[in-house]
Design a protein around this ligand. Structure first.
Ligand code: NDP
Length: 322
């Protein structure tokens, strides 16, 4: 049977990574394109998914049998703090339109994207799939967090009432080519890559915010792309599954900055501004469920993935989101 996979948010960091993997892995391999599959990657220029009518037309045009739903209003801490209502409403509308249109058009399966940032603020670590609703999210991003959590609630409701095969995946911090490298509104890795690039270009110091001591669990977008393809094809449970490297593979911000300096070939002054906030010290997530189900997965070593991302940024500086 012909399979049409629609990837919403297909023009972003994760969407582009899935497109890369589908087009470069051997055909009919575990993560490569199957001969009966058509993949469609859409961004907001194809349809504003906040709007039900545009969403309906998008589905009518492509007639998907499967959906990977990545589209979301996303942003760094400052943007999340400033636009709580916008994060809540835009994401509720996007998610509701995608899920309900999928239901109305008999889509066989939908995999939506949650995030470990939507977990409770006060929680025991490591995070795992069962703790997502176990308390209020952090005050700074409650709009985004509650909208994302509702996807899991909706998935259960669509299953209970109509038997739909809708599920979700929970990644930790993601990085890779095509990320948002904006200096004011990016995540830590793309932000530091851009800062270091400018420090080298302008012969100025490379200043990293905070002490460099906090630990983070990053996943390379190309690895995450393979895991999303696995979820779409092989994971059929409504309960979310966390997609991340192991808890013992956390890296410090200092290690991240060191790797960027090395990869960029930066030889100027390099320092940490400990007067700036470090954020949470660590927030590890468990990939026990993932590894048990997938039966082994080789993650790209962090330094290698970071080096590829830095090289991509240098090569595509003019096209990158800066
Ligand atoms: P990006 O910002 O790189 O991409 C966002 C995508 O969503 C783009 O394709 C964008 O389209 C699309 N989009 C945004 N608003 C709309 C809209 N109103 N209608 C249609 N499309 C829209 O995000 P990421 O790739 O980083 O994120 C993908 C998913 O992963 C999101 O659900 C996010 O919450 C989740 N996530 C991300 C993490 C990270 O570290 N980046 C961590 C954990 C989860 P266009 O380009 O045309 O604007």
């Amino acid at each position: 049977m012909a399979t049409v996979v629609l990837v919403t948010g297909g023009t972003g960091l994760v969407g582009r990574a899935i497109e890369h993997i589908i087009n470069t892995e051997p055909e009919n391999s575990r993560f490569g394109r199957k001969s009966n599959e058509t993949w469609i990657f859409t961004g907001s220029s194809h349809a504003d998914l906040r709007d039900p009518e545009q969403t309906r037309k998008l589905f009518e045009k492509f007639n998907p049998t499967h959906v990977i739903h990545l589209a979301a209003l996303v942003g760094g801490l400052y943007k999340n703090m400033k636009y709580k209502l916008r994060f809540l409403r835009d994401n509720i509308h996007i998610n509701d339109n995608v899920l309900h249109t999928s239901y109305l058009t008999n889509v066989t399966k939908v995999v939506s994207c949650l995030s470990t940032c939507v977990f409770p603020d006060k929680v025991t670590y490591p995070l795992d799939e069962r703790k997502i609703h176990a308390g209020p999210p952090h005050e700074s991003n409650f709009g985004y967090a509650y909208a994302k959590r509702l996807v899991d609630v909706q998935n259960h409701a669509y299953k209970a009432e109509f038997g739909c095969n809708f599920t979700s995946a929970i990644p930790t911090n993601i990085f890779g080519p095509n990320d948002n490298f904006d200096l004011d509104d990016s995540h830590v890795i793309p932000g530091l890559i851009h800062k270091c690039y400018l420090a080298k270009k302008n012969n100025t110091p490379f200043v990293v915010s905070g002490t460099g001591k906090p630990l983070r669990q990053f996943i390379y977008s190309y690895d995450l792309a393979k895991l999303f393809i696995w979820v779409l094809r092989e994971y059929d449970d409504v309960e979310p599954v966390t997609l991340c490297v192991g808890e013992n593979e956390e890296v410090t911000i200092r290690e991240v900055a060191d790797a960027i300096v090395k990869s960029m070939g930066f030889q100027g002054e390099y320092l940490f501004d400990a007067t700036l906030s470090d954020g949470q010290f660590r927030k590890p997530a468990s990939n026990e469920k993932l590894l048990k189900l997938i039966g082994g997965f080789e993650f790209t070593p962090f330094d290698q993935a970071l080096d590829s991302t830095v090289k991509w940024f240098i090569n595509y500086y003019d096209e990158a989101r800066t």
